[in-house]
Write a protein that binds this ligand. Structure first.
Ligand SMILES: CC(C)(COP(=O)(O)OP(=O)(O)OC[C@H]1O[C@@H](n2cnc3c(N)ncnc32)[C@H](O)[C@@H]1OP(=O)(O)O)[C@@H](O)C(=O)NCCC(=O)NCCS
Length: 171
């Protein structure tokens, strides 16, 4: 059975609960070379809390923090999408090194799409789906997003660590 994950919205927690979750995020680790593909998890969560367009989430399995991701509105061109506003951007996505390879990535990416659909339903905004960009050398990432139902929309040369694929999942 695929694992079940919860996305905990940091912006919806009080300061004490945020601090507990941020402490867990600070202990997360990446595998060798994976910092080519994603930033530091704690820094990305702190930036997410500060910026109005970003919704930072801690990924939990059985009450334990296993990863992070961020949904951002108005920024889809950063993933090679032709406009900023018609879809959500999924960024800053990682599963802790010690939990990788068990299907948590695909489960969390699918949960991110469901969560983005709910955000659009609640706030308006008119987004039709979720886009992301993933480095062509990131085999684990490409496989995980495909399993979560994302489709390849072509090459994107905008990143600073080599060619990316733009991947999209409609609501
Ligand atoms: C990309 C990522 C989120 C995938 O999450 P995950 O929970 O490992 O996803 P999965 O369990 O489905 O694994 C994906 C693929 O990588 C393989 N894999 C992952 N970790 C592995 C490991 N430690 N050893 C061997 N294979 C591994 C899986 O077997 C699977 O390949 P398959 O489709 O051939 O079976 C995770 O690897 C990660 O956080 N990577 C670093 C950050 C990153 O690259 N983020 C994405 C930026 S766009």
């Amino acid at each position: 059975m695929p694992p079940h994950v919860w996305l905990i919205s940091l912006k919806d927690l009080d300061e004490d609960a945020q601090a507990i979750h941020l402490g867990e995020v600070a202990r997360m680790e990446l595998g060798t070379g994976q910092d080519d593909f994603v930033g530091d998890p704690l820094r990305m969560m702190l930036t997410g809390l500060e910026e109005q367009s970003r919704m930072p989430y801690v990924i939990e399995e059985n009450g334990e923090a296993v990863g992070v991701l961020t949904l951002q509105s108005g920024a889809a061109t950063l993933a090679g999408w032709p406009d900023d506003d018609s879809v959500w951007l999924l960024r800053g996505f990682l599963i802790d090194r010690r939990r990788q390879g068990r299907g948590l990535g695909p489960a969390a990416a699918a949960a991110a799409v469901a969560t983005a659909a709910k955000l659009t339903a609640r706030r308006g905004g008119g987004q039709a789906g979720v886009v992301l960009s993933v480095n062509e050398r990131n085999g684990y990432g490409l496989a995980a997003y495909r399993k979560a139902g994302f489709e390849d929309r072509g090459q994107y040369l905008g990143g600073d660590s080599g060619p990316q694929r733009t991947m999209y999942a409609a609501f």
